[in-house]
Design a protein around this ligand. Structure first.
Ligand SMILES: [Zn+2]
Length: 133
């Protein structure tokens, strides 16, 4: 057999491609929720599927389970404005994402969370503070 197995598999198995796509969505934000910055555990349809939202990258953002569940089928930007963790830079990032400008969205997210690419340097300090308190 001289078939390119990877391509062959992708064509035969849409699930495999779907999984790759989901992974790539999470990778855009460094596996953090686009709304609150916590680890993203799910994909949120900005325009819910019940309202005709498609499973396209523009309509699908990485979200934690808490945000995803709380937002449910509300309008994402309207819902986000009412959250305690609301950050206008993130709101701009979400809008850019919806418009398909992922590069701008990612830049805005980096701006909103300075720890975006920094390793866990400060975690040790926080922990000792927590123990002392
Ligand atoms: Zn969240």
């Amino acid at each position: 057999m001289h078939i390119n197995d990877a391509v062959f598999l992708e064509d035969l198995c849409p699930k495999f491609r779907f999984r790759q796509w989901r992974k790539s969505i999470h990778r855009f934000t460094g596996k953090s929720c686009i709304y609150c910055g916590k680890p993203s555990e799910s994909i949120d349809h900005v325009l819910p599927r019940s309202q005709g939202g498609l499973s396209t990258t523009e309509n699908c953002v990485p979200a934690c389970l808490s945000c995803n569940g709380d937002k449910s089928d509300k309008n994402a930007l309207y819902w986000y404005r009412r959250q305690k963790f609301y950050d206008p830079r993130r709101a701009m990032a979400i809008r850019a994402w919806l418009e398909g400008d992922l590069r701008l969205a990612i830049r805005l997210l980096q701006w909103a969370s300075p720890k975006f690419k920094v390793s866990n340097e400060n975690q040790g300090k926080d922990e000792s503070k927590y123990k002392a308190a």
